[in-house]
Write a protein that binds this ligand. Structure first.
Ligand code: HEC
Length: 110
């Protein structure tokens, strides 16, 4: 009985997390337009100190953007990104991170 309750709870939590995450490639793509001027249309930047975002891990993209917002990332060109990150809501960050993480990977075709 206990095991079943635990299983149901775990299922509910994972479903809930998915529903809450609700990333959409197209939504992310629209929101990412501003990012493309520096990070490239295809997520590959044309300017050397500007990093590529294409296919990057979603968790890393999210934590980087939060670090710019909270000024944990401060070095060199971070000031450019702090201003960009300030304009993003948590939902924007999730959508955009999802978009770049899927870009150029087999998941993009799904
Ligand atoms: C004005 C140019 C510019 C724009 C516009 C811009 N970025 Fe950046 N971005 C940079 C630069 C430069 C860096 C490297 C900063 C550093 O050294 O920390 C960077 C770094 C990042 C990183 C960290 C990458 C890594 O590998 O550590 C992420 C994530 C990122 N940008 C996402 C975005 C997103 C999302 C947007 C759009 C909302 C965006 N950027 C818009 C210039 C830009």
């Amino acid at each position: 009985m206990k095991a079943i309750t635990l299983l149901v709870l775990t299922l509910l939590i994972s479903l809930g997390a998915k529903a809450d995450y609700s990333p959409s490639f197209e939504v992310g793509k629209q929101k990412a337009k501003v990012c493309m001027t520096c990070h490239g249309e295809d997520g590959i930047s044309n300017i050397d100190p500007y990093p590529n975002l294409r296919g990057q891990k979603v968790g890393y993209l999210i934590s980087s953007l939060k670090d710019y917002q909270t000024r944990q990332r401060n070095s060199g060109l971070a000031i450019l990104m702090q201003q960009q990150a300030d304009a993003l809501s948590d939902q924007d960050i999730k959508d955009i991170a999802y978009y770049f993480s899927v870009l150029g990977t087999p998941k993009e075709e799904e």
